[in-house]
Design a protein around this ligand. Structure first.
Ligand code: AMP
Length: 108
């Protein structure tokens, strides 16, 4: 079972930010910004390559809820999903990083 599936099952502890039946948001263990939260679907999907439009639509609403919960919606944030080898994806369970809480450096 992958590490994020274990987090979903509470086999590995996490600092949960928001949860519903289908999605979970929790703090990244190695934060790259003052606020660094990961958002995952509870169903195991390897990466954005395997996402379906329906799950992506539900996940969009959930991510927007998380940004409200974190209080970062109006000041802004960065949303990233790494995909595959060239994208440096370490954990093969799709996740969106929310980076926020400070002025972020420009990437692109
Ligand atoms: P990625 O490189 O996009 O696959 O990102 C994987 C992320 O998962 C990294 O930012 C890690 O710090 C994070 N991570 C790995 N294990 C854990 C864990 N047990 N709890 C929280 N975050 C984790």
């Amino acid at each position: 079972m992958c590490i994020f599936c274990k987090i979903i099952d509470d086999e590995i502890p996490s600092k949960k930010v928001l949860e519903n039946e289908n999605f979970l948001a929790f703090e990244d263990i190695n934060p790259q910004a003052k606020i660094h939260v990961l958002v995952i679907p509870k169903v195991h999907i390897q990466s954005f390559n395997e996402m379906t439009p329906n799950i992506m639509a539900e996940m969009t609403s959930f991510i927007q809820e998380v940004t409200v919960t974190l209080g970062v919606k109006s000041d802004g944030y960065r949303l990233i999903t790494n995909i595959g080898q060239h994208g440096n994806q370490e954990v093969k369970h799709i996740h969106f990083h929310i980076l926020a809480g400070e002025q972020l450096g420009r990437l692109v």
